[in-house]
Each structure stands twice: as structure tokens, then as C-alpha cells.
Design a protein around this ligand. Structure first.
Ligand SMILES: NC(=O)c1ccc[n+]([C@@H]2O[C@H](COP(=O)([O-])OP(=O)(O)OC[C@H]3O[C@@H](n4cnc5c(N)ncnc54)[C@H](O)[C@@H]3O)[C@@H](O)[C@H]2O)c1
Length: 318
């Protein structure tokens, strides 16, 4: 059976599929030639990331397709319900990048706690002429160990972030309207495992008691963090948003930074992507990344292997 990975797939995914007898093709076929290519080459499985669109016309025109797979989470580029009505399996890999996002959050939090976002901007300019001034300016760092991390949205990534936090010696409190408690299993290098059960608390408790706060909720109609929430936070809180632009009110964030309520913040996602507001880009109290939370080699490997596992169990057990 033939697999077309039109937006690419990791080598580990290719190897797993080939070992199971699949023929994997990683040609990137232009959207307008895709229907023709799938039919002429007798493709059974179409794998995409976010670039290739799999709409009704393609689904109707390619009756031999059995699986459409999305490497990653969001399936906005696929007419999922329509494909399923036509008997095509539609699969994705929602858990593959959770730990990658969690580590990016911690990269930001550790960086912000020690002013790395500023030091990295200042050292190339003034590191030789104003070394002592910079040393003094960045002398009041803080440690994460012993502090409280508030997690808003305690699903896959929220829980992965909590595990990293516990490993770093932090106390974790979490809010999620749909999850009462979660069992977290921490695995260590020598095979030891430790279990933690975290009971979620009210949003208000998380907002009021967190030294560091991180958001892991899905996109929604209203801000999850806006002016009222900022007003209720501890003075000097450090916040990270690696969830979705629009879950945190960016104007309210800037105001909260200016008033001193929020010390510093990290943004991996923005209300306006791919052109975030200039006031965010220029703000010295923000640590910024261009939506790279899931972008690690390990996540790509897991995506490939998870897709391969699902394809094998769907097609080889038929
Ligand atoms: N930065 C990145 O590159 C990147 C990568 C992958 C996912 N994400 C985003 O991360 C977010 C979380 O992903 P996930 O895989 O953990 O999803 P998930 O569905 O496993 O967890 C989300 C949790 O949020 C909870 N929730 C919903 N509304 C809430 C609210 N108002 N307050 C508190 N909790 C609420 C849900 O009950 C759920 O448990 C999503 O927005 C996703 O798009 C970002």
C-alpha cells in the first residue's frame, strides 16, 4: 500500500511504515495536481501537516483513499466530518508535542526569571563597554524552585508542563472546568517513577496564588486572562502564553506590565499571527518566540511514529 506524505514525515515514521511493508512517498505535490497524483499513483494514505488542504473535492475525486493523517493537532485544513461520512479514517497526533511545548514554557520562565531575554539583547551591544552596569541591572534574578506555578487548562500540555514544574521543585496548582484531578507520573533517568495526584482548584485561587502562571487552554470566544484576572494576580507575577493568541488580552497584559502588576511575560502565540502587534515586539519585558512550542525534532519523530502506529493498526488489522 502506498503512503503519500505530502508535507513531509520524520525518518522514524518512514522507517516504521516501511518496516510494515508500506511504500512511502515524500514528494510534495502541488495542491492543484494532488487529485491526479493520488489517483495515478494509487495512494491509499494521504499524510499532511498544515500546508496541504484536503477538501470535499479531493475526497470525492479520490475514492481509493482510506486514511487522511494530520501530523500535529489542528485539522482546519481537512474536511474531517465529510471524509468520515465517506468512510475515510481521519487521524492526528494530539499528544506528540505536549512535552515540547512544556519545555518551551520553561525555557521562557527560566529565561525571564534571570533576565536572559534582556541580557541577550544587551550583551552584543554593550557587553564590552558596560559589563558592570549590566551585571548590576540583572542582579535581582529569582529561582523557580519553591515557587508556585499556576496552570490554567489542565489537559495534555498543562499536565506535561506540571510534570516539568514538579521536577524543577515547584508547587503546582491548576484550574480546569472539566478536570477534577489528574494523576501525573514522573519518569526519571534511572527508571524510577513517582506519582503525583493534582486536584484542580478554582480559577480565582490559581490567579491569586501563582508566582508563575501558564496558559494551556484551547481557543475560545472570550479572553481567559483579561484586566480583572490581572488585577487579582500577585504583584510581580511572571506569565507565559503558549496556548493560542486570543486567550490572553494583549492590551491588558501591556497595561499590567506598565503598572508593575506583571513583572515579565512570555508569548509564543499572538492575537495577530503572523504579524504580532509592534507594542509586543518592542516591549523589553517580554520574551518572545514565533509559535515554536511544538517545533522540536523529538516531537516530529513522535508524530511520525504515532501516525505509523495508527496506520498499521487501521489497515493491517482490517
Ligand atoms: N505553542 C504551540 O506551538 C502549541 C502546540 C500545540 C498546542 N498548542 C495549544 O495548546 C493548547 C492546549 O493543548 P492541549 O493539547 O493541552 O489540549 P487539551 O484539549 O488536552 O487540553 C486543554 C484543556 O483546557 C481546558 N479548558 C478549556 N477551556 C478552559 C478554560 N476557560 N479555563 C481553563 N481550562 C479550560 C479543557 O478542559 C482541557 O482539559 C491548545 O490551545 C493548543 O492549540 C500550542
Amino acid at each position: 500500500m502506498k503512503v503519500l506524505a505530502n508535507d513531509g514525515i520524520s525518518n522514524s515514521g518512514i522507517e516504521a511504515l516501511e518496516a510494515a511493508g508500506f511504500d512511502v512517498n515524500t514528494t510534495t505535490v502541488a495542491q492543484e495536481q494532488l487529485i491526479d497524483y493520488i489517483n495515478k499513483n494509487d495512494i491509499t494514505v494521504l499524510l499532511v501537516r498544515s500546508a496541504t488542504k484536503v477538501r470535499k473535492d479531493l475526497i470525492d475525486a479520490c475514492p481509493n483513499l482510506k486514511i487522511i493523517g494530520r501530523g500535529g493537532v489542528g485539522m482546519d485544513n481537512i474536511d474531517v466530518e465529510y471524509a468520515r461520512q465517506k468512510g475515510i479514517h481521519v487521524i492526528n497526533t494530539p499528544a506528540a508535542s505536549s512535552h515540547s511545548v512544556a519545555e518551551l514554557v520553561f525555557a521562557h520562565l527560566y529565561g525571564l526569571a534571570r533576565f536572559l531575554h534582556n541580557a541577550n539583547r544587551d550583551m552584543p551591544l554593550d557587553g564590552d563597554s558596560k559589563f558592570k552596569e549590566l551585571k548590576k541591572a540583572y542582579a535581582k534574578g529569582t529561582e523557580l524552585k519553591g515557587k508556585t506555578l499556576g496552570v490554567i487548562g489542565f489537559g495534555r500540555i498543562g499536565q506535561a508542563t506540571a510534570k516539568v514544574a514538579i521536577g524543577a521543585g515547584m508547587k503546582v496548582i491548576a484550574f480546569d472546568p472539566f478536570i477534577e484531578n489528574a494523576d501525573l507520573e514522573l519518569e526519571f533517568f534511572d527508571g524510577q517513577k513517582l506519582n503525583f495526584n493534582i486536584e484542580t482548584v478554582s480559577k480565582d485561587e490559581v490567579i491569586k496564588n501563582s508566582d508563575f502562571l501558564t496558559l494551556h487552554v484551547p481557543a475560545q470566544k472570550e479572553y481567559v486572562i483579561g484586566k480583572d484576572e490581572f488585577d487579582n494576580m500577585k504583584d510581580g507575577v511572571i506569565i507565559a502564553n503558549a496556548a493560542r493568541g486570543g486567550v490572553l488580552d494583549e492590551v491588558a497584559l501591556i497595561n499590567a506590565i506598565e503598572s508593575g502588576k506583571v513583572a515579565r511575560a512570555a508569548l509564543d502565540v499572538f492575537e495577530k499571527e503572523p504579524q504580532p502587534e509592534i507594542q509586543l515586539l518592542m516591549n523589553a519585558n517580554l520574551s518572545l518566540t514565533p509559535h515554536t512550542g511544538a517545533a522540536t525534532n523529538e516531537a516530529q519523530d513522535r508524530i511520525g511514529v504515532e501516525l505509523a502506529d495508527q496506520i498499521k493498526s487501521l489497515l493491517l488489522n482490517d
